[in-house]
Design a protein around this ligand. Structure first.
Ligand SMILES: [Zn+2]
Length: 429
């Protein structure tokens, strides 16, 4: 026994659960909860219920009926498991999404085999974020065993659809009051940030479709029509000239990583104009038509220092300017999604607690980061009105959604020890 373990019986207990942690992670990864379409949510919720109910958790399975994507073929099931302590106190909630993104190509391992190789478990969702879910469960179970007389409550949720906006998951639960600050006081989302980084929040986003309009005519006489693709060319040109340089000049004070994402950004996700693309096995030629419609999907990520209204107005101004200066220019804008930026203050209780736990477990200070994309914190903040929320969990962020995704068992153990420490601070007054 070394000196550090002697002072940290909970950490020792967690480390001793290594095999259990590996098996739990493997069991979660072996359920291919692919989203879209949203497969097997019920199965993974049942696995979590069968795990947690015998350990004293009150488990509720909640279907997000009517949420986007919810259908009888692909029901959006979620689980909220709550373990009450022996006396009043705060509730600490660990929220993990159970869905994973498509496999994609380039794998050398079985994407749903959850193969253990040395310190690594391979598979889709190991890093993002079933490893984090498993680490939080092990931390909570070890904490309850070590301190059966704890105060307050521990909640563990497994939620659907984070990868597609979270509307059938955390957003739904927040609307039902599950993240009411009177019910839950601290939220930790074990997304893959690594065991020594605290993610305070994320940038905002505006997804929209822009359509330019034209008039169809025979392609041999384009002057008889009006080419919507040329109009879109003018839009993209104006973006290059006016919008991109302006965005690059705006920097946030949020600690967004990587550094390139500390500025406002715009991505053109897609462009479609003219006749629809044919299947790849179609051997015919295209027809001769002037396109009467061209559409792009934009993904504008904005900074917490910007307002949503300004972000939208800035794009509209480019389009309105073209309407005034370019003959026959007409357009339409359709909003696809809106993401509110979120940032938890560094002196919030969950931040200072987890920071202290990281110092205790690793011996060094945590790094504070913010996410370039978003995650379910947006719903907990905006709908739940709960500000005391962070992302903290094992895994290498850059491996998320990649082929041969993996999570390190040592990283999971270290994260679970930090989570356990945080529970000791918050629930053993
Ligand atoms: Zn994730």
């Amino acid at each position: 026994m070394d000196g550090q373990d002697a002072r940290d019986p909970l950490g020792e207990r967690i480390a001793a659960k290594r095999d259990d942690l590996i098996e739990l992670t493997q069991a979660l990864v072996r359920i291919p909860t692919l989203n879209p379409p949203g497969d097997l949510y019920r199965d993974i919720c049942e696995l979590l219920r069968d795990r947690l109910a015998p350990r004293g958790f009150d488990c509720q399975l909640i279907r997000a009926e009517g949420a986007p994507g919810d259908s009888d073929a692909h029901p959006r099931w979620n689980i909220v498991a709550r373990r009450e302590g022996t006396r009043p106190g705060d509730c600490v909630h660990f929220n993990s999404h159970t869905d994973v993104v498509e496999v994609g190509s380039g794998w050398t391992r079985d994407p749903f085999g959850a193969e253990l190789d040395g310190d690594r478990i391979y598979g889709r969702g190991t890093c993002d974020m079933k490893g984090g879910l498993a680490a939080s469960i092990i931390a909570a179970e070890a904490f309850i065993e070590e301190h059966p007389d704890f105060a307050g409550a521990i909640e563990i949720s497994g939620t659907a659809d984070e990868e597609s906006g979270g509307y059938g998951g955390v957003a739904y639960l927040a609307e039902q009051g599950y993240f009411d600050p009177a019910r839950v006081q601290h939220v930790i989302i074990p997304e893959p940030l690594g065991h020594d980084r605290i993610c305070l929040g994320h940038r905002g986003g505006w997804w929209a479709e822009i359509e330019t309009k034209g008039e169809i005519a025979h392609g041999s006489m384009p002057f008889l029509g009006d080419c919507a693709v040329r109009h879109m060319g003018a839009v993209l040109d104006a973006f290059e000239r006016d919008l991109f340089p302006a965005l690059a000049n705006r920097r946030t004070d949020m600690p967004v990583i990587p550094d390139g994402a500390r500025q406002a950004t715009l991505n053109i996700n897609s462009i479609h104009g003219g006749e629809p693309e044919q299947a790849t096995d179609y051997t015919g030629l295209p027809s001769a038509c002037v396109p009467d419609s061209c559409r792009i999907a934009i993904d504008r990520r904005y900074l917490i220092e910007e307002t949503f209204e300004d972000v939208q107005a800035e794009v509209i101004a480019v389009l309105e300017n073209l309407r005034e200066t370019r003959p026959r220019f007409d357009y339409a804008v359709r909003e696809i999604n809106r993401i509110t930026p979120s940032m938890t203050e560094r002196d919030a209780p969950v931040v200072t607690t987890v920071a202290g736990a990281i110092r205790a477990v690793t011996g060094h200070d945590p790094a504070y980061v913010a996410s370039p994309g978003s995650y379910d914190q947006k719903h907990i903040d905006r709908i739940g009105r709960l500000k005391n929320c962070i992302a903290y969990g094992p895994g290498v962020l850059e491996l998320a959604h990649k082929p041969d995704e993996w999570v390190s068992v040592d990283d999971m153990i270290a994260s679970a020890r930090v989570m356990g420490r945080a529970l000791e601070t918050l629930l053993l007054p």
